[in-house]
Design a protein around this ligand. Structure first.
Ligand SMILES: NC(=O)c1ccc[n+]([C@@H]2O[C@H](COP(=O)([O-])OP(=O)(O)OC[C@H]3O[C@@H](n4cnc5c(N)ncnc54)[C@H](OP(=O)(O)O)[C@@H]3O)[C@@H](O)[C@H]2O)c1
Length: 254
């Protein structure tokens, strides 16, 4: 490694955030390593972790569970986070960065969000130097949210506001966090505007040529839990992504 060049291991470095993050860190002159099952590193079993982390200054965890079943996702984030923190202590890694979700702690009835809270707690309690980056939903995730709201021939979604962000802006924010010292706390990132979820879903589906009606329903659930305008939107100190929903849609739909 040259002077000022860091070895940065990106767990989940082949994913939708991980892959562009590895590229962006490489472009900044660092040695970024994509670590995931497809590159021979499994955070859940611990396989290949010690070798991958040797000589690393920073570990960024942007892995995701292969199944969203509440028990499996909880096991995935707990087990993989324990393995990572233990391996980082052995390797002397100076900064653990993890990507979590704005509002996860406000929605204990959602199994996936409970697993993210468990992940955050393990990191905090480990005493290891860390930064937890809590992001709102990615624009790219809106289609999955819409699919989860399918009710017969319609998409039924809560009227609550979301503040979604472009995955590319998440990557930009993560680069800055990775290259800065640990804050030993939480950094929030979010999209530039809050919008009612049904409006967002309607626009994404229209861009796909999907004509199913999207219905705003105050009784509809978000992945099994009730949400309101303050559930998933960021606090006043959040760093806001530059890309608007309209800009993202225009690029996506050409
Ligand atoms: N989607 C959203 O709106 C949103 C919002 C806020 C935060 N987040 C968080 O963002 C993170 C990344 O999500 P994403 O949608 O970008 O993920 P993704 O594209 O589904 O990528 C998942 C990554 O995890 C890796 N992985 C799976 N099992 C692993 C294991 N056992 N050990 C190591 N790596 C493993 C995969 O590797 P292979 O390619 O080798 O299988 C892949 O690189 C998640 O923690 C999620 O909670 C997402």
């Amino acid at each position: 490694l040259k002077e000022d060049e860091m070895k940065i291991v990106v767990i989940g470095g082949t994913g939708q955030v991980g892959a562009p993050l590895v590229r962006a860190l490489d472009e900044r002159g660092h040695q970024a390593v994509a670590a995931s099952p497809s590159t021979g590193v499994d955070a859940r079993t611990g396989h290949g972790l010690a070798e991958a982390l040797a000589g690393a200054q920073v570990v960024v965890d942007v892995a995701n569970a292969p199944s969203f079943d509440p028990d499996e996702v909880l096991d995935f984030f707990r087990t993989s986070t324990r393995h990572l923190l233990d391996a980082e202590a052995v390797a002397g890694v100076a900064h653990h960065v993890a990507l979590s979700i704005v509002g996860a702690d406000r929605l204990p009835d959602a199994g996936y969000l409970r697993a993210k809270v468990a992940q955050e707690e393990l990191i905090r309690r480990s005493g290891r130097p860390h930064t937890i980056v809590r992001s709102t939903q990615f624009f790219e995730f809106l289609r999955t949210i819409a699919a989860a709201g399918q009710d017969g021939d319609v998409i039924r979604l809560p009227e609550a506001a979301l503040q979604p962000i472009a995955a590319a802006d998440v990557v930009t924010a993560l680069v800055d966090v990775v290259l800065a010292p640990p804050v030993d706390g939480v950094v929030e990132i979010a999209g530039p505007r809050c919008r009612p979820l049904p409006d967002l879903a309607r626009a994404v589906l229209a861009g796909d040529g999907d004509e199913r009606p999207v219905v705003g329903d105050p009784d509809a659930r978000y992945f099994g839990t009730r949400i309101d305008d303050s559930s998933l939107t960021a606090g006043p100190g959040a760093r806001l992504g530059a890309t608007t929903f309209e800009e993202w849609l225009a690029v996506r739909t050409g």
